[in-house]
Design a protein around this ligand. Structure first.
Ligand code: HEM
Length: 251
């Protein structure tokens, strides 16, 4: 605003003041919007990185149906992948660093957008907003927070072996089978998988919209179906090993 006053004094003309006020208003209105789009794009791209990881992780977990030995071999290969070009477990570390960076960017952008929405909210806005949209927004936020807490628990459980369920075993397959012999552990994982499914359902749709994939009604419908398909595959694929182990279907 100070720039406006100074400019009008220099120019000495009312019209130039009006012009500058108009452009500065547009610029001020545009800036937060551009920032929101940037934050949403970061969320979409990092979210798609997670989808890739989740599908690969789900495939890896399903190896338990091929037997404990195959599952352990898969876990071992994951560490040997890329050697000797990469050091032992090098690929795993590249993946871990990519995931941590993506997580920081994804959660950071989500919190920034959350904060912005809180600041911009007015009574009128709330009155206009549909109940369903509000529910989806809330479940994305709190579901995301729940997933974050789950991932910390999950890494302490399976990766670092800090939390031991059903006994102390030195290989991933025995840890998996011992853990899911406990019904409450299966319940925790099923809740997490359900939360992940919900998150993916809206997340994939939302990412597609942000990245401009909804170019026509048909394309929007395809995007919706893709989101449903990925969410269903992920929920079923992740739920199968714990449920099968609990039911004693894996020796
Ligand atoms: C029933 C569901 C799941 C099972 C049985 C499972 C199993 C496992 C196992 C056995 C490991 C250790 C792999 C190893 O060290 O060789 C692991 C690691 C991991 N899982 Fe899961 N997982 C499940 C769901 C999830 C979900 C829903 C997420 C994400 C939202 C997730 C994210 C991770 C991450 C980030 C790691 C660490 C990878 C690493 O740095 O080594 N998992 N999981």
């Amino acid at each position: 605003m100070a720039t406006v006053v100074r400019a009008s004094e220099t120019a000495g003309r009312r019209s130039s003041t009006v012009l500058i006020v108009a452009t500065s208003t547009i610029a001020a209105g545009k800036r937060p919007k551009t920032r929101s789009i940037l934050l949403k794009t970061v969320m979409a791209v990092t979210g798609l990185i997670f989808v890739g990881f989740i599908l690969a992780h789900m495939y890896g977990n399903l190896m338990i149906f091929a037997g404990k030995e195959d599952f352990n071999e898969y876990a071992h290969h994951l560490r040997e992948f890329g050697t000797p070009m990469l050091p032992y477990a090098g690929f795993l570390w590249v993946m871990r660093i990519t995931l941590v960076v993506s997580l920081v960017l994804h959660a950071g952008s989500a919190f920034a957008l959350w904060h912005r929405a809180g600041q911009a909210r007015t009574t009128q806005y709330l009155a206009r907003k549909g109940q369903w949209a509000t529910f989806v927004k809330r479940s994305m936020r709190w579901g995301g927070v729940a997933l974050l807490i789950f991932v910390v628990f999950h890494i302490l459980h399976f990766t670092t072996n800090t939390i031991q369920i059903g006994g102390d075993y030195d290989n991933p397959a025995d840890r998996l089978v011992a853990s899911f012999g406990e019904w409450w552990a299966v319940l925790i994982y099923l809740f997490a998988v359900a939360a992940l499914g919900m998150h993916l359902l809206h997340g994939i749709w939302s990412a597609g919209m942000t990245l401009g994939l909804n170019t026509s009604l048909d394309a929007a419908e395809r995007l919706r179906l893709a989101a449903i398909l990925v969410a269903v595959v992920v929920v079923v694929g992740f739920a199968l090993p714990p449920v099968a182990i609990l039911l004693g279907l894996i020796p």
